[in-house]
Write a protein that binds this ligand. Structure first.
Ligand SMILES: Nc1ncnc2c1ncn2[C@@H]1O[C@H](COP(=O)(O)OP(=O)(O)O)[C@@H](O)[C@H]1O
Ligand SMILES: [Mg+2]
Length: 185
């Protein structure tokens, strides 16, 4: 089994929402001293019950150009979560959207590291600025929220949105946000 961080898994799930054509995605990431939980709600195309049945089968994918590593996102995620005594819950409705909740028990010896969540926010906001991302991050008693509408209004008015120096600054500020609650939490 791969040594993927929880941030890698979260990015995978958010990527599924992008692939499903979502225009709005809500990410909630809650961490306590013993658990790491995330909830991803998208308004993408959703799935019919027959598809929902199959999504945890390794290599099941509806992506067009099937390459070898397609179809492993959800099975690997569930395997990783269950290895810690956690689990994955998935609910979906065709034409409406999908909701995925994941629990990892971080006090379990097989739990992977959390990874770089600031970089995940950066990848999502910079790659898909037209999607409305709503991120709620809780760490112990601390929390922050990112609403991409506020964020991109601030930043996209700048012609330099895709300039390397601008992207670098954006990445650093998102990582600082994450570091600041980890220090206090
Ligand atoms: N948020 C979602 N909305 C609609 N369909 C989804 C969503 N997440 C997963 N799926 C369906 O489940 C399949 C398997 O997902 P996954 O295991 O992540 O593999 P992959 O993304 O490589 O296809 C996808 O191809 C898609 O059909
Ligand atoms: Mg996937």
């Amino acid at each position: 089994m791969s040594m993927r961080t929880m941030a890698d898994h979260l990015l995978d799930i958010a990527q599924n929402a992008i692939n499903a054509g979502a225009t709005s995605v809500r990410l909630t990431v809650e961490e306590t001293s013993r658990t790491f939980r995330f909830l991803v709600i998208d308004n993408g195309k959703g799935m019919d019950p027959a598809t929902v049945e199959r999504v945890f089968d390794p290599f099941y994918t509806t992506r067009e150009k099937k390459i070898r590593r397609f179809g492993l996102g959800l099975p690997f995620l569930r395997e990783a979560a269950r290895m810690t005594g956690g689990d994955v819950r998935l609910q979906s409705e065709k034409g409406k959207g999908t909701e995925i909740e994941v629990l990892f028990r971080t006090d379990h010896i097989d739990c992977q590291p959390v990874g770089d969540l600031g970089s995940v926010w950066f990848s999502l906001l910079s790659y898909s600025p037209d999607i409305r991302w709503h991120i709620l991050r809780r760490y112990g008693e601390e929390e922050y929220e990112i609403d991409s509408v506020v964020f991109t209004q601030m930043t996209r008015s700048s012609e330099d949105f895709y300039a390397p120096a601008f992207l670098q600054l954006m990445k650093e500020s998102l990582q600082e946000l994450e570091e600041s609650i980890r220090e206090k939490g």
